[in-house]
Every structure is written in C-alpha cells, then in structure tokens.
Design a protein around this ligand. Structure first.
Ligand code: TXA
Ligand code: MG
Length: 332
C-alpha cells in the first residue's frame, strides 16, 4: 500500500493527484474525512465498487455512501426533495449523509440493489480535493475490515489492509471520530438511521425526527450487521454509579487473572486500579474522537475492556449507539 502523507491545512494538488489517478483507473484509495477514514472507489464504476466489498469482506446488500465535492454534483446521482435541499443547505459539507431517491447513473452494486442512494459531502479539504481531482463521485464505506472499529488514523487502515488497497492518504487523526449521521429524507418524519455528530436535537430544529430502532432493520441494511467489536470481551457501564462500578468490576476481573483495560473520561482516576487505561478526555466531543482508537488500542493488550457509557443526549446518542454494538451495556 502506497502511503501519501499530507498536511490537511497546506497541501498541493500534485500531492493528491496520484491518488486521484488510482480512483480514475478503478482502484481503491483510503482517504481521510472529518468523521473517519473512508475506503474509496469510483462510485459509478461497478467493478471498482465490487472491489470495495471484496476488500472489506462486506455483505453485498449493505449499500455504500457516495461522496461528492459540491452540491451540484448531488443532482447528478440523486433526486433531492425539499427536505433534502434544506438539510444540504444547512449541513453540507459536514458529517451528515442523506438517503435520497437515486438516479440511473448510480449502479446497483453501489446501493446494494436499493432505489435510494446515500450521499454526503465531507468537510475535509483532502477528501474534497480527491473527489474533485478524480472527476467522479467516490463511494466509500469506513476503511476497516467489516466488524472492526472504524479507522480514525491512517495506521488503523494499515492494520486492516495490505496490498488489496493501492493507496492511503495520511492526514492525521480525524476530527469527529464517529461516522456521519445517516438520515432518510424520503420519509416523514425524517428518520435517523445512524446517529452521529449532526445530532437529533440539531435536526429537530428544522423537521420532525424519528430515530430508527433495531427492529427497523429493513430501513438501513447496515443496522443488522455486527460492528465495532474488539476481540476482547467488551462491557459498557452506564448510570450514576458507573465510575465506582468500573473500579469494582476491573478489580474483580483482574483478581480472576484477566488482563483488564479501562476506557473512561478523566482516565487518570483509574490508573491506580488497572495498568491499561485509555483516557477518553473531558468532553463528549473528545470521547467521540478517541473512542475507536481506544477500542483498537486496548484490544491489543487486554482480554476484557470496560468502557464508561454516557447519557444519550447530543452526540452521546451516537456514542452509545456504537458502544452498544461493541459490547454489552449494563446500567448501575
Ligand atoms: O462518516 C461516514 O459516513 C464514513 C465516511 C467514510 O464518510 N462512511 C461510512 O460508511 O461510515 P459505511 O459504509 O461504514 O456506513 C454506511 C451506512 C451503512 O449503515 C449503510 O447501511 C447505510 O449507511 N446506507 C447506505 N446507503 C443507504 C441507503 N440507500 N439506504 C439506507 N441506508 C443506507
Ligand atoms: Mg462502517
């Protein structure tokens, strides 16, 4: 895998050009966005898109997000209604994906056979430049093997893939750290299929919103698959007494001879209890940004991971959505 290192604040087009060439030739390029790293291919090239599914080990009925570099480009692949237009105006570019009616140009492999297409304009200069130079919309799931936590650094991409991915553009850590909010705009109330950094509260300022439940699996094929799971047993503790419970549980498991890792906010407090502590910071934003790296890092050293849960408000809804897929959640 070729690695192109760039400074996201100041890079030249020539640095991105070789990656754009690979996309145009039907190859795979992993690239940074503000949410997580994506594994990109020409969204309109069936063979290229098939290679994404093969490389990830992704079931073919789980559709991909198509990334564009401008709002005009959306109209070449989708038919936005008034709701989608308003959401684009407010939140594009940004961590929001809109499910809309698709146009002919988008092959069925890209949308997993659906008549809708999910579209997003990432708020990252490197991603936008790559799409622009490639001259085509880019289909990109998160650049991890299916089932693994999403990649928030180029190193995570390199852990999961070898020669099946031609190139990774390394622009450092991703800012948001959780995948985009996915919203179905073809129904009303609009429906959050996957929570993210564009929160339910933000969307409710504009429209009536429903949050899809696990029982709504058919609405977003991605919901039915196992996700984000470390190899280690992962336990999530929520509720008022969670921090005391994390300590108690960590000590008990360590006493049973398990190698325990703790991921928690203000993690210092746990350093006297267990050797492997990943500090999730002091705000929900930091928590989100660090979560996937915490899971990947602790998974290397530990056979059980205890994670502090959060309230399901704001970006907390997205954090708990990912944690409930990574492990078992206990309320104390
Ligand atoms: O932040 C992100 O969204 C990242 C970066 C790379 O942009 N991408 C990402 O893609 O997370 P992926 O493939 O890991 O997740 C796409 C989600 C899946 O849950 C999928 O089922 C859903 O979007 N999806 C895609 N197209 C859809 C459609 N037409 N209808 C309903 N859900 C769709
Ligand atoms: Mg994914």
């Amino acid at each position: 895998m070729r690695v192109i290192r760039v400074d996201p604040e100041r890079f030249r087009d020539e640095e991105i050009e070789p990656a754009a060439d690979i996309i145009r030739l039907g190859g795979l390029v992993a690239f940074p966005t503000e949410t997580v790293y994506g594994l990109g291919a020409d969204a309109l090239n069936e063979r290229a898109v098939r290679r994404i599914f093969e490389a990830k080990g992704r079931p073919s009925d789980n559709p991909l997000i198509v990334h564009v570099s401008s709002i005009e480009e959306v109209y070449r692949i989708a038919k936005p209604n008034r709701i989608a237009e308003k959401l684009m105006e407010e939140f594009f570019p940004g961590p929001l994906t809109l499910v809309m009616e698709k146009r002919e140009a988008v092959p069925e492999v890209t949308t997993g056979g659906l008549r809708t297409v999910a579209v997003r304009m990432p708020n990252h200069r490197v991603a936008l430049k790559l799409i622009e130079l490639s001259g085509t919309p880019i289909a990109a799931p998160s650049a991890n093997k299916s089932g693994k936590p999403s990649p928030t650094r180029a190193e995570h991409v390199m852990e999961d893939f070898e020669s099946e991915v031609e190139c990774v553009i390394d622009a450092g850590r991703t800012e948001v750290g959780l995948e985009s909010t996915v919203v179905d705009t073809t129904v009303y109330p609009i429906e959050i299929l996957r929570p993210g950094a564009i929160t339910r509260e933000m969307l409710e300022e504009l429209f009536e919103v429903r949050v899809a439940e696990k029982s709504d699996v058919a609405r977003s094929p991605g919901m039915k698959y196992r996700h984000y799971s470390p190899e280690a047993d992962t336990v999530v503790i929520v509720g008022e007494k969670r921090r005391e419970e994390i300590k108690r549980l960590a000590l008990r498991l360590a006493g049973e001879g398990r190698t325990v890792g703790v991921a928690a906010m203000n993690g210092k407090e746990f350093k006297s209890v267990v050797p492997h502590v990943y500090d999730l910071g002091a705000s929900l934003e930091e928590f989100a940004e660090r979560l996937f790296d915490a899971l990947r890092t602790l998974d290397r050293f530990c056979d059980v991971i205890v994670v502090e849960g959060v309230e399901q408000k704001g970006i907390g809804l997205a954090i708990m959505n990912r944690l409930s897929k990574a492990g078992r959640v206990y309320r104390v």
